[in-house]
Design a binder for this molecule. Structure first.
Ligand SMILES: NC(=O)c1ccc[n+]([C@@H]2O[C@H](COP(=O)([O-])OP(=O)(O)OC[C@H]3O[C@@H](n4cnc5c(N)ncnc54)[C@H](OP(=O)(O)O)[C@@H]3O)[C@@H](O)[C@H]2O)c1
Length: 227
């Protein structure tokens, strides 16, 4: 793998994946909304990293991001959809979630990213190779109270990727549950958690790169992390 696009790189797992890949000599395009964290990553990751400031919920912005990506990288070997939102926090009962709030969670997690997938995976299909990963969650398979919008969006991606895999045999589509990590998202969802029990994003990023060495298309993986 020589080129990659990662969404949600300004912090947490996405940032760790971007740094892990550039440390392995991979040229990376990283997407997140404009922030000082994104600017800081540009300096830290070095010349192999290119930032695109964009909102993944906006399909038109994702089409433009795909064009900028091809201009920067030429081709894409790996696309990781990592950017995500929980929706309104504190988390709340699903009947207290408005239709607009539910739609926004799907826009960030499913529909906006699909605009990027279409462009990038379409080019992969023409080349006859490439890997697309959506970061999933155990919430996609467990009915945790108050996690309705996020759970539904993650479950939707899990199945969307099975179908994409069935339709596109030359491109690998997988989803990966990274386990519970010490990140801003986890702190927002479960502020009382003991962070010492949580995985570090850098451990998870390393395990993800290892998984990519042997992962099979159409599969949902629960990531195993070495201590
Ligand atoms: N943390 C956990 O325990 C856990 C467990 C299971 C699954 N996951 C999954 O792991 C992935 C990484 O989560 P994390 O914990 O690292 O989250 P995080 O620390 O909150 O980081 C989320 C990233 O997504 C970006 N993002 C959010 N909304 C965006 C938007 N509209 N457009 C562009 N970028 C956007 C954020 O950047 P900006 O806000 O700066 O744009 C940030 O870089 C997510 O898919 C999450 O669902 C996490």
């Amino acid at each position: 793998m020589q080129t990659a696009v990662i969404t949600g790189v300004s912090r947490g797992l996405g940032r760790a994946i971007a740094l892990t890949l550039t440390n392995h000599g991979v040229r990376v395009v990283g997407i997140a909304r404009p922030s000082v964290e994104l600017d800081g990553l540009v300096g830290e990751a070095g010349p192999l990293f290119t930032a695109i400031a964009a909102d993944v919920a906006d399909p038109d912005a994702m089409v433009r991001a795909a064009a900028s990506t091809f201009a920067a990288l030429g081709h894409v070997d790996l696309l990781v959809h990592n950017a995500s939102t929980l929706g309104p926090v504190p988390l709340r009962p699903t009947l207290d979630i408005t239709a607009q709030q539910l739609a926004q969670v799907f826009a960030v997690n499913v529909t906006g990213p699909h605009a990027l997938t279409r462009r990038i995976a379409g080019a992969m299909a023409l080349r006859g190779q490439g890997t697309v990963v959506a970061i999933s969650s155990d919430a996609a398979v467990n009915a945790y109270e108050e996690w309705g919008p996020y759970s539904a969006a993650k479950a939707s991606n899990d199945h969307l990727y099975r179908v994409l895999a069935a339709e596109n045999p030359t491109v690998r589509f997988i989803t990966v549950d990274p386990g519970e990590m010490d990140t801003a998202m986890h702190a927002a969802a479960i502020p009382e958690a003991d962070v010492h029990t949580l995985r570090k994003p850098s451990q998870v990023a390393k395990a993800l790169v290892t998984l990519l060495g042997h992962a099979e298309t159409g599969v949902r993986y629960e990531l195993e992390v070495s201590p």
